[in-house]
Write a protein that binds this ligand. Structure first.
Ligand SMILES: NC(=O)c1ccc[n+]([C@@H]2O[C@H](COP(=O)([O-])OP(=O)(O)OC[C@H]3O[C@@H](n4cnc5c(N)ncnc54)[C@H](OP(=O)(O)O)[C@@H]3O)[C@@H](O)[C@H]2O)c1
Length: 323
């Protein structure tokens, strides 16, 4: 599998990364171990987790797997903090108080002494931005995290944070983690160009749009979070996801690839993307996404996949005359 630079850190990441979201729920320790082994064998060198996944069990399971000799240092391990992990008033957010506690709790569950990439899971407008960034810098200096990063931020929020860090001499975000797939292309408008300009790594999640781009719902009754989970129902409600999936299934039939391979491969091929996080409840589900790492889709096919959905409009007006 190809490697790409994580922004200007000097770190190199595989073009696919393993998402640990199902660890501790759909996948017990044996299942997660088999999935991680399969990914390592395929050349994946990073795994992504969060303190809220499976109520903390995802980090616990991943932490167990990291104890396997030699495994910790083969992997760039990321986690995320900020979403509420309890009912207390300070059990979430990006206050210095919560960040400090949350990172210690994640380190305990992961049974490691450092988190390689720590994302703020979402922007917290309640806590002063300088306080959040200074707390992250302290965590870097304490050796508890290697790189701070941001997930689900708008481009202006990332840019503002980068400016504050430069001014103060604090460790800057090394990466962003936006949602990005053939149906949700908003990242193309501001996030991806901003990340290229600022030399940030971009590790995207959700390449199958919660499963619909696997093609399993096309002409068939299937189960999965896309049709069962209210969060996904709300996220894709206004978009013609099933029609896009049908187009992808047709391209898959013509090209001899699985629709999931095309969806992941297309997203991974977009300018500015460092790596795509893939996931599944089972090895069988993961296989076609993993295949995107070696599929080498040609330019015509990448263009045909991209033509299934409109490019989002540019961020500013006065671009009409350039078309
Ligand atoms: N930063 C964030 O806020 C954020 C948010 C979400 C995820 N992430 C990260 O990104 C990783 C990947 O995200 P994601 O799980 O949302 O990715 P995704 O690729 O959009 O969705 C994966 C889901 O699609 C379905 N699926 C996958 N392959 C399939 C196949 N071959 N056939 C049928 N169904 C298939 C499965 O769900 P069903 O069986 O339910 O259909 C699977 O769990 C996560 O593990 C996590 O690390 C980050």
């Amino acid at each position: 599998m190809k490697l790409r630079p994580l922004g200007d850190t000097g770190v190199r990441l595989s073009t696919l990364g393993l998402g640990a979201l199902p660890f501790g729920t759909d996948l017990d320790e044996d299942g997660a171990a088999a999935m991680l082994d399969r990914c390592l064998d395929a050349g994946i060198n990073h795994v992504d987790c969060a303190d809220i996944y499976s109520g903390g069990r995802a980090e616990t399971v991943l932490g167990q797997l990291l104890q396997n000799p030699g495994r910790r240092d083969r992997l760039v391990v990321s986690s995320k903090v900020s979403f509420p992990t309890g009912r207390g008033p300070n059990d979430g957010g990006s206050s210095r108080l919560h960040l400090t506690r949350a990172v210690d709790a994640s380190l305990r569950r992961l049974q490691t002494d450092r988190i390689d990439v720590l994302y703020l899971h979402r922007f917290d407008a309640r806590a002063a931005l300088d306080d959040q960034l200074r707390a992250l810098d302290d965590l870097v200096r304490a050796g508890k995290i290697v790189y701070p990063a941001a997930s689900n931020f708008a481009a202006w929020q990332v840019a503002k944070a980068l400016g504050r860090c430069e001014l103060r001499g604090w460790a800057r975000f090394a990466a962003i983690q936006p949602m990005y797939n053939l149906i949700k292309r908003q990242a193309e408008v501001e996030l991806l160009p901003m990340a290229q300009s600022e030399r940030l790594g971009v590790i995207c999640y959700g390449p199958l749009a919660g499963g619909v781009l696997s093609g399993k719902y096309v002409g068939a009754e299937a189960s999965g979070r896309f049709v069962e989970d209210p969060m996904y129902l709300a996220r894709y409600r206004d978009l013609d996801a099933h029609a896009v999936a049908a187009g992808l299934v047709e391209l898959a039939r013509q090209s001899g690839h699985h629709p999931a391979t095309l969806a992941v491969g297309w997203a991974a091929a977009q300018p500015g993307v460092t790596s795509m996080l893939i996931g599944g409840r089972s090895l069988e589900q993961l296989a076609p996404s993993l295949a995107a790492g070696e599929a080498d889709l040609d330019d015509d096919l990448i263009r045909a996949i991209g033509a299934l959905t409109p490019q989002p409009p540019p961020a500013n007006d006065r671009n009409e005359e350039r078309r």
